[in-house]
Design a protein around this ligand. Structure first.
Ligand SMILES: Cc1ncc(COP(=O)(O)O)c(C=O)c1O
Length: 491
């Protein structure tokens, strides 16, 4: 019989030391060091089928040394990853993460404290309260504020809207929505987290009222008009969701304008619940240069903010912040006597009753380490740099004969169009998709595309602080070169 099967514990013991961990940790360090300079391809040209074939093997029944596993991992998988640490990766809203936070992830796993209840995470529960307090202080809220970490913006917005639902329909947890379900109002550019929440909570996506945008910002006059019609029809509004850093263009809604509307259309519970989805743009709060983008955020009742976006943390690290912490208690009226104690004092510490998750990683530790290591001012400068690079690309495109910016970036996201000469308008979208695909497959760089105002457009999100002006110049040159090929071969 295989020795490994006889004494599996010895395998665990063998893997415990720093020496044993080194082959895996070295993969991470070598990746970071080898990629940051911008050498090598940004992504892979292999299809999912090719990669799946390579991985198709029977369930391993016997052990291997960890160093062998690291070698297999490297040869089977690492060549085909998206290299977010490469300065030419200017794609989705996922960061080239802060190294100190990367290393902390291993410690979080080693300690494996669950944030469900304080007794499972005796030092990290108070830590999460502390970090949440730093964030609510930044917003400008007082000691009544609180919040919780989440898996990201989707969960944060769901949780905020569950709390808002409980306010609008007080018995909803036990009785359901009944016949008079309220509606939710948001800009037409809101992230799908909002409609997903509506579907998830049984409100129905048809009860999400979408307000048109002007320059990719929710139109406040149209919001007021809609709220007025809803009031006239006797329809209760559960919440108005504003976006601070919208997914497509990184634009910020006028938060004071939205807050004024929420106050003007107050109902018998007080001003309408204003939730700000600052999942993307929350980092602007740290930056003296960009803080004006989120002016008015303190007037929100709840805020979603993802440190795993523009604070450059590795996945996952999301935050839900509440102006009144007790609002969160209404989001989940869950009873679980084996976990949640009736001791009022302990309830104040325990995070589980306020979170969609039960077992939950102590992701707060990497956020704390990021603040300790780099300081809030350096993180703000990094955010400024991301935005500055997007602005530089905007400047480059202004003079370009065939590529045109579609908006001035309000953050680190820029959408731009390819306007090749002599192409039928009907073919433009297909050409744009072909250009993006060819550019990404070339390994030169990696960008995204989206549909904006009914048209396929190219989109970049600068999420790597090493991406600089020469890199966005190289992006334009790379697109020009691939565009020539696409025009020649795709007609
Ligand atoms: C504005 C906005 N809100 C919410 C989300 C969802 O965040 P997460 O993916 O962390 O759940 C995103 C993500 O792209 C976003 O851009």
């Amino acid at each position: 019989m295989n020795d490994d099967v006889i004494d599996p514990l010895s395998l665990l013991e063998a893997d415990t030391t720093l020496e044993a961990a080194t082959p895996i940790l070295a993969l991470a360090a070598n990746y970071l060091v080898g990629t940051r300079s911008g050498e090598g391809p940004v992504s892979t040209w292999h299809s999912a089928d090719v990669i799946a074939d390579r991985l198709n093997e029977p369930l391993p029944r016997r052990s291997r040394p960890l160093a062998d596993v690291a070698r297999r991992l490297s040869t089977m998988l690492l060549n085909d990853v998206n290299r977010l640490a490469h300065p030419m990766y200017i794609g989705h809203q996922v960061s080239a993460p802060l190294p100190a936070a990367v290393w902390t992830d291993a410690l979080i796993s080693a300690l494996n404290q669950s944030m469900a209840v304080r007794e499972m995470s005796p030092s990290f529960t108070p830590l999460e309260h502390q970090v949440v307090e730093w964030m609510t202080d930044l917003i400008g809220w007082d000691s009544r504020a609180g919040g919780t970490m989440t898996s990201g913006g989707t969960e944060a917005t769901l949780t905020a809207l569950l709390a808002a639902r409980s306010r609008a329909v007080p018995n909803v947890w036990s009785h359901g929505l009944g016949d008079h379900a309220p509606v939710l109002v948001c800009g037409d550019h809101a992230h799908y987290a909002v409609s997903r929440a509506a579907g998830t909570m049984g409100l129905g996506v048809r009860r999400v009222i979408s307000i048109p945008s002007v320059d990719h910002r929710m139109s406040v006059p149209q919001l007021r008009e809609t709220l007025s019609s809803l009031r006239a029809a006797g329809t209760r509004v559960m919440a108005v969701v504003a976006t601070a850093g919208c997914t497509a263009t990184g634009s910020f809604d006028d938060l004071h304008g939205v807050a004024d509307a929420c106050e003007a259309f107050a109902d018998d519970h007080g001003p309408l619940w204003m939730h700000v989805d600052a999942a993307h743009g929350g980092a602007a709060m740290l930056s003296p240069t960009h803080a004006h983008r989120v002016a008015g955020i303190a007037r929100a009742r709840s805020v979603a903010w993802d440190p795993h976006k523009t604070l450059l943390l590795p996945l996952s690290a999301g935050l839900l912040l509440m102006r009144e912490e007790h609002d969160l208690d209404a989001a989940f009226a869950q009873k679980a006597p084996y976990l949640f104690t009736h001791n009022e004092d302990a309830r104040a510490w325990d995070m589980g009753p306020r979170s969609f998750q039960c077992s939950r990683r102590a992701d707060v530790l990497k956020l704390w380490v990021a603040f300790q290591r780099y300081g809030a001012d350096a993180l703000a400068s990094l955010y400024d740099k991301l935005c500055h690079t997007a602005l530089a690309l905007h400047g480059l495109l202004e003079a370009h004969p065939h590529f045109a910016s579609l908006h001035e970036p309000m953050s680190n996201i820029l959408c731009f169009a390819w306007n090749p000469p002599d192409i039928d308008l009907a073919d433009r979208d297909a050409f744009t998709d072909a250009l993006r695909e060819r550019y990404n497959r070339s390994g030169r760089g990696w960008i995204t595309a989206t549909t904006l105002d009914g048209r396929r457009v190219l989109r970049v999100t600068v999420m790597n602080a090493r991406t600089d002006v020469p890199h966005v110049e190289a992006l334009v040159q790379g697109l020009e070169a691939e565009a020539a090929y696409v025009l020649k071969h795709h007609r």
